[in-house]
Design a protein around this ligand. Structure first.
Ligand code: AMP
Ligand code: ZN
Length: 454
């Protein structure tokens, strides 16, 4: 089976051939850790987790290195730490821990390496020195700037020419810049800001720009050229364009990564998520309302390159689908992953198509096909879904819906007492109360059972 991936740089879906099949290498831009991550940030984490799982399946778990960095030096971090009167490290430690907990709840495997920017300052300085030596960077007023003129095909990833960029840009035309599109590799730190000894003969202490952080961490952990670089579509320009410029000019290589993958954006009920609209949903908040698997499946129901809309309706539908899968195959043993599911994923991570294949397996399983049931269970677990037993899944639903099982049992006992006393009006009233709580009851000759309604 041939894996094919869409490459933003060449605008085509191509067969994926790793540089070294014994060591497949992927870098994904990670979070800036100043606050809880939001559900938009969860999208690349989930998308690239699926790709990581697929690569591990095709090449072997020990032959894939997935690097997702932690940006822990940034102006937003400085501001937030100052606001709370704590050190930067204290802030980023807690935020990073929260992030790890959140994405684990979403069923994501930990990446192979999670490098911190602050622990790679030496590598950044080495890159900067190389760029200056190569004539691709220069010093101006204690800043080091990348000279876009040094890179003839600057703009190739975002398909914009330098002239167009200059015309359309709202960049500061700082006096120390030779070209308005030149970008910062290193800048001076004001008092109170994190600071390190500067490269390129600058006496004043300073700190790195954002783009050089990723070039340095990718280099340290994956080498000068590697297989896949990923992130959200908003990172194409300027972040990834600049990463490419830095890494190619520092190493004199024709490419930084062979495949550039970008996920589309997530909206909330049709609106762009934004502070001004006040519709930013943190992963932590979403997890209070929805089990992590519901959020995960909901994201995977849209192809990763398409925009996706976060809606309560969609989430409810995802929950219902998971309920059916659990009811059909929760406790089935491991078998093999469905060939149709793998084929769909190998076609540029076509998760909607994989889900169609899972529905077909569910239908077969419901008709009594045990192979289909086991394949369904195995394929779901491979995708990071159906990780619970049926009992735990049911309990999660109760917690998410705020249902207290003891209270439900007590109401059922009251209802049964009312029925025994032939007080059917009271029995109906209690049933109504349970329904309003989201509990569905079923009477049989063996007594009354209940479950969370879907
Ligand atoms: P940031 O912390 O803003 O640098 O974002 C971390 C990652 O989340 C990047 O890969 C972004 O492209 C991605 N991202 C941020 N907002 C969204 C969104 N609304 N939808 C999808 N991806 C997003
Ligand atoms: Zn990056």
């Amino acid at each position: 089976m041939q894996l094919k991936l869409y490459d933003t740089l060449t605008r085509e879906k191509r067969p994926f051939v790793p540089l070294d099949p014994a060591h497949v290498r992927m870098y994904v831009c990670g979070p800036t850790v100043y606050d809880f991550a939001h559900i938009g940030n969860a999208r690349p984490v989930i998308v690239f987790d699926v790709l990581f799982r697929l690569l591990r399946h095709f090449y072997g778990p020990d032959h894939v290195t997935y690097v997702r960095n932690i940006t822990d030096v940034d102006d937003k971090i400085n501001a937030r730490a100052a606001e709370r009167d704590i050190s930067i490290r204290e802030l980023t430690e807690v935020t990073y821990r929260d992030f790890k907990e959140d994405v684990e709840s979403l069923g994501c495997l930990p990446p192979t390496v999670e490098p911190r920017a602050t622990e790679h300052i030496e590598e950044m300085k080495t890159l900067i020195e190389r760029l200056v030596a190569a004539g691709a960077a220069y010093v101006g007023e204690d800043h080091v700037l990348f000279s876009v003129a040094a890179m003839p095909d600057y703009g190739k990833l975002s398909k914009r020419s330098l002239d167009e960029m200059v015309a359309g840009a709202r960049v500061d035309v700082a006096p120390y810049k030779r070209n308005p599109m030149d970008f910062v590799l290193w800048k001076p730190s004001r008092p109170g800001e994190p600071a390190w000894d500067s490269p390129a003969g600058i006496a004043a202490p300073g700190r790195p720009g954002w783009h050089i952080e990723c070039s340095a961490m990718a280099w340290k952990h994956l080498g000068e050229t590697f297989d896949i670089h990923g992130g959200g579509i908003d990172l194409v320009f300027p972040h990834h364009e600049n990463e490419i410029a830095q890494s190619r000019c520092a190493f004199h290589r024709p490419v930084m990564a062979n495949f550039w993958l970008h996920n589309g954006f997530l909206q909330v009920e049709g609106d762009k998520m934004s502070k001004s609209v006040g519709n930013i949903i943190k992963i932590r908040e979403a997890l209070a309302d929805w089990p992590g698997e519901v959020i995960r499946l909901n994201m995977l129901r849209t192809h990763y390159r398409q925009p996706t809309d976060w809606t309560v309706r969609g989430l409810e539908e995802s929950w219902r689908i998971l309920d059916e899968w659990y009811a059909t195959a929760a406790d089935a043993p491991e078998d093999r992953i469905s060939g149709r599911v793998l084929e769909a994923l190998a076609d540029d991570l076509n998760t909607p198509e994989a889900i169609t294949a899972l529905h077909a397996l569910r239908n077969l399983a419901q008709g009594g096909d045990k192979f289909a049931r086991d394949e369904l269970a195995t394929s779901l677990r491979f995708l990071g879904l159906m990780r619970d037993t049926a009992v735990i899944w049911e309990a999660r639903k109760q917690v998410a819906r705020g249902i207290d099982p003891a209270r439900v049992e007590a109401l059922i006992a009251e209802r049964n007492a009312a029925r025994k006393a032939k007080d059917f009006a009271e029995a109906d009233r209690i049933r109504g109360e349970l329904t309003a709580m989201g509990v569905e009851i079923r009477d049989s000759k063996d007594g009354t059972t209940w479950e969370v309604a879907t």
